[in-house]
Design a protein around this ligand. Structure first.
Ligand SMILES: [Zn+2]
Length: 246
């Protein structure tokens, strides 16, 4: 199991996969943070930390105790640790008298921070700097059969096996066999290749993450549409998510 989770994974996009499935429940980093939040809820008070020690804990050199570790991790995930039991997330200060629903708040924030990290590292997740809208991203699944859901998973985890990837990994020819374009990457198939079937109306504008991986970034689905976009989309009555109606 450990090898499976932490071993060298050159050929599979392990990071997006684990974050993608079950809202990240299998991601080792989220598991670690869940343990840490739960531990702090149960045992944090017994550390009896002075306000002064808490203030300087993250700057202490060399020896890393549990308090330093906790504080540094919170900061890394954009959670502001004001006091041992008073943390700030997205402009909201939460009294970390951690009930399970509050742990979920911190985990959701942590998961979005991990998506944000991927957005900075991987081209096809650009636009997800603030994380992923889980509900909107998964809305389309309901309309698909099992086989198409599997394809959707491959696309959403940025795992489509293209000639460009075969070239990088195995030294195979990287060009597109359909049109001979020198770079047969996923972008080519989405944007250019004549072999890809397309809607006559063309693709609506949107962030890269939605275009290439079908993932909806946090805050995108609730953005108000312009009048032209409204007419173009012709949303069914009551639909709040314009992306699912194209
Ligand atoms: Zn092509």
């Amino acid at each position: 199991m450990a090898t499976c989770l932490f071993g060298k994974q050159h050929n599979r996009p392990i990071l997006p996969s684990l974050l993608h499935y079950a809202e990240g429940r299998f991601d080792p980093e989220l598991t670690r943070m869940a343990r840490l939040y739960t531990y702090w809820q149960r045992h944090g008070q017994s550390f009896d930390i002075s306000a002064h020690y808490w203030d300087i804990a993250h700057e202490l050199p060399a020896r890393r105790g549990p308090v330093q570790l906790l504080k540094n991790l919170l900061r890394e995930y954009g959670i502001e640790p004001l006091q041992p039991f008073l943390w700030k997330v997205d402009h909201t200060t939460i009294n970390v008298d951690l009930t399970p629903d509050k742990i979920n708040t911190f985990l959701r924030h942590t998961r979005n921070a991990l998506w944000g990290k991927l957005a900075r590292e991987r081209e096809y997740y650009r636009g997800m700097e603030k994380g992923r809208d889980e509900q909107s991203t998964h809305a389309i699944r309901e309309q698909l059969d099992e086989k198409r859901r599997a394809y959707l998973d491959i696309i959403q985890t940025d795992a489509v096996y293209t000639p460009a990837r075969a070239h990088l990994r195995w030294g195979k020819q990287g060009h597109c066999p359909k049109c001979n374009n020198p770079t047969g990457d996923w972008k080519h198939y989405v944007d250019q290749c004549h072999a890809t079937p397309r809607h006559a109306a063309g693709n609506p504008p949107g962030p890269d993450c939605l275009r290439y991986t079908g993932t909806v970034p946090t805050g995108y689905a609730s953005l108000p549409l312009s009048l032209e976009q409204r007419q173009f989309a012709q949303r069914p009555q009551g639909c709040r998510h314009h992306h699912c109606c194209y």
